[in-house]
Ligand binder design. Structure first.
Ligand code: ACO
Length: 372
């Protein structure tokens, strides 16, 4: 049996959702650079789910379907209210809430194309509302309902911060959502596919994916980057902080990637957004500290920033609370998870690899009363 640690280099499935070939990321054959520069996040969701870009009319209909699905059942708002009193990470709240949504959806276990589409809309719409509602309820504020004239990106910022975002922030957040939407067979997407390949339901698949995304080696890295920036706090401390971390063989969050060898193509967009937003907020230190960190880590360790590194300073500039960074990643990535789940259902086979056994063999059973 061939065995690769962390399944490195293993091709586990075929997929037509997104690809990383020669360090170029595409969604359904479109270069992510072009989508980031020109598309709306809603167009990208449509592209991922329907394998084609929408016409203006299709996009308008899709947007109104999405907005109809952002409302949360009252039972879930009550759950969020209760959970907001616990000192729990928002990713755990999100996992609990998505799992609970299954209870309030009569179609949870229905597998028809129509039911799966309706559940896709519900999941895409409601994840954002859960994060925004939790963020406001824990501060003793009322959750806000979205505004019909705002984009999906604009509405998330509005529902989080309680203010209509300025155009630069809305545009930047739209780009960030596009950049996080899908990424081939990353850990959380693989988790979602493994889960639904047992013919489990979409809520289970997304809950499982959220669990995988939460870890600091994956989506949790953006929050860890912000923690590092806050700990360093001053550009004059970057050098000593990093050299101490290198000495202790600590990982520098937001750097390195399993697949990219010449750099993560998403990082350059986020770096530029971080620069622009820092100018808008006037709080430029996080951007300059990030640049200084990148220079040292790249020169001395040969590691390049990944999607999570500059998204930390971008989200901070957008006024997003630091423990919501990974849930914000999830609000976008759920679009890709859904596309992969639908693809898995279409051509399903149980995912069940083997393990090479390295444990003890030929043990003799000793009755409990005779054991030392
Ligand atoms: N800081 C310091 N050293 C690193 C880093 C880093 N960020 N990343 C890799 N290395 C080193 C490792 O210590 C290891 O060195 P060694 O061979 O001397 O032991 C070598 O590079 C290979 O690293 P692995 O962890 O084996 O690489 P792998 O492909 O398994 O992991 C990963 C990729 C998890 C992204 C890794 O680079 C990492 O931990 N980065 C920090 C966390 C992070 O930013 N995660 C987000 C990734 S993007 C995303 O999921 C959205």
């Amino acid at each position: 049996m061939v065995q690769t640690k962390g399944l490195e280099g293993v091709v586990a499935t075929t997929s037509s959702v997104s690809s990383i070939i020669d360090d170029v990321l595409t969604y359904r054959g479109y270069n992510v650079d072009d989508l980031t520069d020109s598309a709306q996040f809603e167009e990208v969701i449509y592209l991922l789910w329907f394998n084609k870009l929408p016409t203006s009319q299709q996009l308008a209909e899709f947007k109104s379907e999405l907005i109809e699905n952002v409302y949360l059942p009252i039972e879930l708002l009550n759950i969020i209210e209760k959970l907001s009193k616990e000192n729990t990470h928002p990713m755990s709240i999100l996992m609990n809430c998505v799992s609970a949504l299954a209870i309030y959806d009569e179609e949870t276990n229905q597998m028809s194309e129509g039911a799966n589409y309706r559940k896709s809309l519900r999941l895409q719409g409601k994840l954002a509302s859960i994060v925004a509602a939790y963020s406001r309820i824990r501060e003793g504020k009322q959750p806000l309902i979205p505004k019909e004239d705002l984009s999906f990106a604009g509405n998330i910022l509005y529902m989080l911060n309680g203010e209509i975002p300025d155009k630069i922030s809305e545009k930047a957040f739209n780009k960030a959502l596009i950049l996080h939407a899908d990424h081939e067979l990353n850990a959380s997407t693989f988790t979602a596919r493994v889960c639904v390949a047992t013919l489990s339901d979409m809520y289970s698949g997304i809950t499982a994916a959220l669990g995988a995304l939460k870890g600091p080696l994956h989506g949790g890295a953006n929050e860890s980057v912000m923690k590092m920036l806050a700990e360093i706090n001053d550009i004059t401390q970057v050098d000593s902080y990093l050299h101490k971390a290198f000495e202790n063989k600590e990982k520098i969050m937001g750097f390195g990637h399993r697949v990219y060898k010449t750099g993560d193509p998403r990082a350059k967009h986020l770096r530029e957004m971080s620069r622009q937003l820092a100018k808008v907020t006037g709080e430029e230190k996080w951007y300059y500290m990030s640049l200084a960190i990148e220079k040292i880590v790249t020169n001395e360790k040969g590691l390049l920033p990944n999607v999570d590194f500059y998204s930390a300073s971008v989200y901070h500039s957008l006024g997003i609370q630091h423990d919501l960074f990974t849930p914000i990643f999830a609000i976008s990535r759920v679009s890709g998870w859904i596309a992969h789940i639908l693809e898995q259902y279409e051509n399903n086979r149980l995912i069940r690899p083997r393990a090479e056994y390295v444990g003890l063999k030929n043990q003799t059973f000793i009755p409990i009363q005779e054991r030392d």
